[in-house]
Design a protein around this ligand. Sequence first.
Ligand SMILES: [Zn+2]
Length: 271
Amino acid sequence: MPWWIYVYVVLFGLVIGSFLNVCIHRIPQGQSIVRPRSRCPYCNHLIRAWENIPLVSYALLRGRCSQCHARISWVYPAVEALTAGVFYLLFRKYEFGAAFWLNALFFSLLIALVFIDLFHRILPDVLTKGGTLVGFLLVPLQSPEFFTKPATTWIGDMIAARYLDSLLGIALGGGLLWVVAKLYFMIKKIEGMGLGDVKMMMTIGAFLGWRFAWLTIFLGSLVGAFVGIAFIYLSGRDRLYELPFGTFLGVAAIAATLWGAPLIHWYFSLL
Ligand SMILES: [Zn+2]
C-alpha cells in the first residue's frame, strides 16, 4: 500500500473520532447526535467550523474555548487520536478487506462504550442491544475472503459457520458474565456488575465469535484486576464495584480483534 493511503485512513479515524465525541457526550443525556450544532457548555458559544477540526483546533485553541477561555476536556483530542490509532492498526491488518470496515464500526461502538462507562457508569441499550443485532447480521464480513474470492460453494458454508460462531459468542459471552454478576450479587449483596456489562459482552461475542469473546473476558478481567489492585492500594478502599468494567471489556475487545490469534498462540506456548 502506498503511504498516502495510510494518511487517509488516519484522517478518516480522526473524523469518526470527532463524531464519537458527540455520541459520548450526548447519548447518556438522551440527546440527538445529529442536531443541534455543538456549543461551549460554559458560555453557550456556537462552535464554528474551524474550531471543530479534530486535534488541530484543540492545539490552535490551546485547549480553551475561543470566547470564555474555559478549559476544553482532554477527552476530545484523546478520543480522536485513539480512534485514528486503532483504525490505522486495523487497516494494517485487513487493508481494504470487508473486515476492515466491519471492525472499524465495531471499534467505534467500543470506544463510545468505553468512555460513556468511564464517565457515567452506564452502557446505553441503544449501543449494546443495537450493536449485538448489527454485529450478528454483518458477521460474515469477518471472513478475509469475503469480496475477494469468487463466490462459489464455499460462501454458503462460510456464512453458516460465521453465524453459528456469532450465536455461540453471544451466548457464551453474555451467559458467562450473567452468571458472574448473579454470583457476585449473592455473595456481596452489591450490584457489582450490571446487565449493561452482560449486554456489552453479547455485542462483543456477536462481532468476534466465541473464541475471542472468551479471550476478551480473560483479558478484561486481567486488566480489571490490575487496575482494581492499584485502586485499592492508592485509595485504601475496597470498592471494586465502582470500577467501570465495560471500559476494561472494551479495551480487551480491541486487543482481541487486533492481536487475538498471536495472543492465544503465545498463551498456549507458555503451558
Ligand atoms: Zn466558552
